[in-house]
Write a protein that binds this ligand. Structure first.
Ligand code: NAD
Length: 478
């Protein structure tokens, strides 16, 4: 399938600014390792300009009536849906995931704009009865101010969509810095918002050297709120920067998703859907299932089903029909998978499927299943963020829960059982912000997406999703 890659821009002050005369970075198709475009990098002056515009546009946008904000977001959702096939192709070209996954992601990104369009109309306050006669006490919720949003390369549509939809609904202006490795998708969302009538300057999209962009934006007194999705170390760094200016930050960081499969579970479903979940997005999914903890009585059966299904997966270019697993997004990811498998094997793990890169120029790594992995292996401590599944047995619920909660992550966790009582107990005991019982597909627009422990804080989506773009102000009047 031959697909042309869209030209790339900065989007500042309502202007689409081309790469001409600016520093650029290569965008590479991970399926071929070939350059497909160059993304313009914002200079310090560009960022200053974006900040000034964000300040001015915030004052106008926060005064725009909710109905108008809602209509623009709804129109943008419709445009994203209309353009979904084209946006999905761009995503697969730059990120590598199979076209069907890209299309699904774009559709779900549109749903966030639709959901938060309605939230714009429901930012109400309250009247609090006073304990003194003749006093009127009001609590108002107001847009917090210009937002700096940082999103990664792995979900180039849905991650910006979660942030933009809620922040714009609240009345905030936003400067978005998407991942430089998959810029076209985020620009397509911005184009839809622009075409839907979002006033110029309310949204700006910049690319650059990530550390320079985040330090300049977060340090600016214009920015009143920071939101970041990415790795724990960068989340920690941006958190410290935000703290300097006493700015709230929402963090959606990594995970190491445990799956507890009990003896009484539907083993076939837990294994087959587990393979689909683990290798979706080539494993580069923060809420992915990574450690499969299987109760001993069904361990052998689960391993057999899981390995068979893994070996049957079709690896290839995401644009080729029938591909189930695409390449990794970049060479860093490839090197990391090789190092994690080599380390685990050196320490005694056995590879039951995959374990190596494909012999071609793209960044392909075989879907990999490891068993007998010792606790001191890196993959038992670090988020692999790639196509590696670890399978291990447990005896009692307490042992399974202990292992599931062992790591500092707390993003997603899953359990499979036919007992309602086990389901309740395990859901109660799992330390994670998002829990799937007898299913892996847990994310929905109407639910709060977010983690606990080192996986971050704050939720995106659901009625919670707009809260961190709002401040509370009370007015006491006599
Ligand atoms: P990284 O932490 O360098 O980059 C992750 C994202 O953060 C990128 O899009 C990057 O542009 C951005 N970023 C990096 N430094 C930044 C800075 N100083 N200021 C602002 N933004 C910055 O990691 P990577 O090599 O791209 O990926 C490594 C690991 O990060 C993965 O293995 C995974 O554990 C984690 N990760 C998590 C998510 C997620 O959805 N939670 C997404 C991407 C990466």
């Amino acid at each position: 399938m031959n697909v042309a890659y869209d030209p790339l821009y900065l989007f500042i002050g309502g202007d689409w600014i081309s790469a001409e005369g600016r520093a650029t970075a290569a965008v590479v198709n991970p399926a071929t390792a070939c350059e497909i475009g160059r993304v313009p990098l914002a200079s310090a002056d560009d960022l200053d300009h974006a900040l000034e515009v964000a300040q001015v546009s915030f004052e106008q946008w926060r005064q725009t009536v909710p109905d108008q904000r809602a209509k623009i977001l709804k129109r943008a959702a419709d445009l994203i849906l209309e353009r979904a096939p084209r946006i999905a192709e761009q995503m697969t070209l730059e990120e590598g995931k199979p076209l069907g996954e890209s299309l699904d992601e774009v559709t779900r990104a549109a749903e966030y704009f639709e959901w938060f369009a309605e939230s714009a109309r429901r930012i109400d306050g309250r009247v609090v009865p006073a304990n003194r006669p003749g006093v009127l006490q009001l609590v108002k919720r107001q847009a917090i101010g210009p937002v700096a949003a940082f999103t990664p390369w792995n979900f180039p549509a849905i991650t910006p969509a979660r942030k933009l939809s809620a922040a714009l609904a609240a009345g905030c202006s936003v400067i978005l810095k998407p991942g430089e490795e998959s810029p076209a998708t985020a620009l397509a969302l911005a184009r839809a918002l622009d075409d839907a009538g979002l006033p110029k300057g309310v949204l700006q999209v910049v690319f650059g050297v990530p550390d320079q962009v985040s330090s300049q934006l977060i340090a600016s007194p214009i920015i009143r709120k920071v939101t970041f999705t990415g790795s724990v170390p960068i989340g920690r760094l941006l958190s410290a920067r935000a703290a300097e200016g006493v700015k709230p930050i929402t963090l959606e960081l990594g995970g190491h998703g445990p799956v507890l499969v009990f003896d009484d579970a539907d083993i076939e479903k837990a294994a087959i859907e587990g393979v689909a979940n683990r290798f979706r997005g080539t494993g580069q999914v923060c809420i992915s299932s990574t450690r499969f903890l299987i109760q001993r009585g069904v361990y052998e059966r689960f391993v057999e089903r899981f390995v068979t299904a893994t070996l049957a997966l079709n690896i290839g270019d995401g644009l080729t029909p029938g591909t189930q697993v695409g390449p990794l997004a970049n060479p860093r990811q490839l090197a990391k998978m090789q190092a994690l498998v080599a380390d685990a094997v050196a320490k005694g793990a056995r590879v039951l499927a995959g374990g190596k890169r494909l012999a071609c120029s793209g960044y392909f790594f075989e879907p990999t299943v490891l068993v007998d992995v010792p606790m001191n292996a890196r993959v038992m401590q670090e988020e692999p963020f790639g196509p590696i599944a670890v399978l291990m047995p447990f005896d009692h619920m307490a042992d399974g829960l202990k292992e599931a909660n062992r790591l500092p992550y707390g993003l997603s966790a899953y359990a499979f059982t036919s007992s309602a009582r086990t389901a309740m107990e395990v859901a109660d005991g799992l330390e994670a912000g998002m829990i799937g019982i007898n299913q892996y597909r847990i994310v929905a627009t109407e639910l709060p997406f977010g983690g606990i422990k080192e996986s971050g804080h704050g939720s995106e989506g659901g009625i919670e999703g707009i809260e961190h773009y709002l401040t509370h102000k009370f007015i006491s009047q006599i």
